[in-house]
Design a protein around this ligand. Structure first.
Ligand code: FEO
Length: 164
């Protein structure tokens, strides 16, 4: 049986993953509004990934006999600036999620909750991948700038991201 503290922490993380999905959907709509359909597509796929992250945590919590307590999901902003700023904000958000996953992992360790620790390892690895991937996009965006043909080329490449 999972501890109450770990249950609360996992419920909070589930809410954050759901917020991440909302945030990326809002960013996607923002990019669509600027006719960057490829960036918008990438962010929609990312939103689906976040929903899957939440679902995976829900499954784990229930398998441990925990109680799912869904809370209202905060409304994301509606304006994110230019595309470079959108992805800089994405990277900053992923870094903050990494911090939360590290804190959860630390708590599992402190409680000697080995099952949670092992489940959270997947998220630790996933965050390394997410930060690296978004960091690369930010670097490419800085390299091409937000004017000229380069950004449209990047947009078409981003539109090729496969579905989750
Ligand atoms: Fe679920 Fe992008 O971290």
């Amino acid at each position: 049986m999972i501890s109450k503290t770990m249950q609360d922490a996992l419920n909070a993380q589930i809410n954050l993953e759901q917020y991440s999905a909302q945030l990326y959907l809002a960013m996607s709509a923002h990019c669509t509004g600027k006719s960057f359909k490829g960036f918008a597509h990438w962010l929609t796929v990312q939103a689906s990934e976040e929903t899957a992250h939440a679902a995976k945590l829900i499954g784990f919590l229930l398998d441990r006999g925990g109680r799912l307590e869904l809370k209202p999901v905060a409304a994301p902003p509606t304006d994110f600036g230019g595309v470079i700023q959108v992805f800089e904000q994405t990277l900053a958000h992923e870094k903050s999620i990494t911090g939360r996953i590290s804190a959860l992992f630390e708590q599992a360790r402190k409680e000697k909750d080995y099952a949670s620790e092992i489940a959270l390892q997947w998220y630790v690895t996933e965050q390394v991948e997410e930060e690296a991937h978004v960091g690369e996009i930010v670097d490419h965006l800085h390299a091409v700038g937000d004017q000229g043909g380069g950004i449209w080329y990047l947009d078409s490449r981003m539109g090729k991201r496969g579905k989750v």
